[in-house]
Design a protein around this ligand. Structure first.
Ligand code: ZN
Length: 235
């Protein structure tokens, strides 16, 4: 592909955005810029430093954008002192729709993905890139509607009105669950230690939040020894 495949990636350094970016690169997209958002999340520093590692790994320009206004949110994902503690779901709870909804509600950040994608689309248009890469996944689309193909398609339609160059979101991981995404990461030979999927802050991923539990389950089902990745490696 030539310059017509120029893309911007939304890179949190979590499993999904990392593998989505790697798959896009493997498909021939040229990554013009990787954006990581600091929206006051507990894991901001770790996400930024790990995203920098990926950007260096791929030789891609990296930029951190601050969105301080999310501090109004009471989401458990944020480091605001008044926010609730992070939920620690069990493995069974990950697949229980009612409990997963409750957990999702606790970490919901109002219109976060919508804001991210709209900002990234403005960058894409300014940099003459047509594509935006995001790491949606089938497993979480059930509880996070802003992680679904329906949402991506509706935003793509909106961008035909709001961008002059028809910015288009692609999500190479969208039809995969976490186990399948980890398998892709292994097939692509990605250094898994550069992934930071944890909602919490700390030296190592906590191993207890919902995101860690999903990643740990996916590692184990791919026979990746997850002990080295998490502070608490018990399932
Ligand atoms: Zn965690």
């Amino acid at each position: 592909m030539g310059t017509s495949s120029s893309a911007i990636t939304l890179l949190s350094s979590g499993l999904d955005s990392t593998v989505a970016t790697a798959l896009a690169l493997a498909e021939g997209y040229s990554i013009r810029l990787a954006i990581t958002f600091d929206y006051g999340q507990r894991a901001a520093q770790q996400e930024i430093s790990h995203a920098q590692r990926w950007a260096e790994f791929w030789g891609v320009e990296h930029r951190v954008l601050s969105l301080p206004f999310f501090s109004l949110s009471k989401s458990g994902l944020l480091k605001n002192k008044e926010t609730p503690t992070l939920p620690h779901p069990t493995l069974m709870e990950l697949d229980n729709p009612t409990l997963a909804q409750q957990s999702a509600h606790q970490v919901w950040v109002p219109n976060r993905n919508g804001v991210f994608l709209e900002i990234a689309a403005a960058f894409a248009e300014q940099l003459d890139s047509q594509f935006l890469i995001v790491g949606f996944n089938r497993e979480e689309a059930a509880t996070f509607p802003d992680n679904s193909s329906a949402y991506r398609e509706s935003l793509n339609r909106a961008f035909t009105f709001s961008t002059a160059n028809q910015v288009t979101i692609i999500s190479p991981t969208e039809h995969f669950n976490k186990r399948e995404i980890v398998r892709k990461a292994i097939e692509l030979g990605l250094p898994l230690q550069n992934i930071w999927s944890c909602y919490a802050q700390g030296e190592a991923m906590c191993g207890r939040c919902e995101s860690c539990m999903r990643l740990k389950r996916a590692f184990n089902s791919n026979e990746v020894n997850s002990d080295a990745f998490f502070a608490d490696s018990h399932l």
